[in-house]
Design a binder for this molecule. Structure first.
Ligand code: PRP
Ligand code: ZN
Length: 285
């Protein structure tokens, strides 16, 4: 039987979350530290553990059918692959950074400077768009050390928490692009693999929706029911159940994680009491 080959990062910023995502999709697989390929026991997928930088090439060449990696690498490598979904984790930015004691005067600062990066394509594009000429020093890792050892005057690299820049005495001065984890796929998958992929994407979306939403229950006096329902749109509309106590009801709904605290304040002001918030395991919309 046909199996879908999924490439994920072996070691690095995305690997733990990529594992977790597949596991939350109900896919069971083992992974020892030296294993480069494993077969899921309960879903028709094989998982390849690769360097994220190589994943676009493997997917283009159909060594892997799909991959989970950062958009930054997809755009840098510019291979013939399709981006299917953003995954909402591994958020970061590709930025230019300079020694912290330097006075930054704007993009013109980079004119005729030497910049170390693992992202020559994206940096070249940025420089061209800003009519800048600079020398690009392409290196494959530990880019932030370049100014400290005299290899370059600035760096263009991924910033997530910013701690790597800080420990290397650098400051972020210009964001070139924002990035997060995405699913990419080969452009010609056969119909059987497409079917497995659709099933997997359905599960991935359910996991992602669940992570981004919370289940909320609260008690409301009937006279504020209308106002409270306006604050809580719910998946279709809120569920309303009567309470034993006269004049009161219980409202069940779903709120977005990132709007959550604001909604709670509005609900309390509208008279809601006994608010319970519960994580959602899976959410199918
Ligand atoms: C990036 C980048 C920095 C680090 C920044 O590595 O190269 O080393 O993350 O993170 P921080 O701002 O939280 O300190 P990434 O995992 O993207 O690259 P790699 O796969 O080339 O190691
Ligand atoms: Zn990498």
């Amino acid at each position: 039987m046909n199996r879908l080959k999924i490439a994920i990062q072996k070691k690095g910023r995305l690997s733990e979350n990529s594992h977790k995502l597949l596991q939350e999709c109900g896919i069971k697989f083992s992974n020892g530290t030296d294993v480069l390929k494993t077969c899921a026991s309960n879903f028709p997928v094989d998982i390849l553990f690769l360097r994220d930088d190589d994943i676009p090439q493997y997917v283009e060449q159909q060594v892997a059918d799909i991959g989970i990696l950062g958009e930054n690498i997809v755009f840098e490598k510019n291979r013939e692959v399709e981006i299917l979904d953003q995954l909402g984790f591994a958020q970061c930015r590709l930025s230019l950074a300079i020694p912290k004691e330097e006075l930054y005067t704007g993009p013109g600062w980079f004119m005729n400077k030497k910049i170390a990066t693992s992202y020559p394509r994206l940096l070249t594009r940025y420089l061209a768009e800003n009519n800048l000429t600079a020398t690009i020093e392409e290196i494959s890792g530990s880019v932030e050390i370049a100014p400290g050892i005299g290899l370059a005057e600035a760096v263009c690299d991924i910033v997530s928490s910013g701690s790597t820049l800080m420990t290397n005495g650098l400051k972020e001065v210009q964001v070139i692009m924002k990035s997060q984890a995405v699913v990419i796929a080969s452009k010609d998958l056969d119909s059987e693999k497409r079917k497995i992929l659709e099933k997997l994407l359905f599960r991935i979306r359910a996991v992602r929706n669940a992570r981004e939403n919370k289940y909320i229950l609260l008690n409301a006096p009937l006279e504020s029911l209308h106002d409270i329902c306006k604050i809580l749109p719910g998946m279709k509309s809120p569920t309303i159940l009567p309470l034993e106590e006269k004049g009161w009801c219980s409202i069940h709904s779903v709120v977005k994680e990132d709007e959550f605290w604001e909604r709670i304040d509005q609900l309390r002001n509208a008279g809601a009491q006994g608010i319970l918030v519960i994580p959602i395991e899976k959410m199918i919309v």
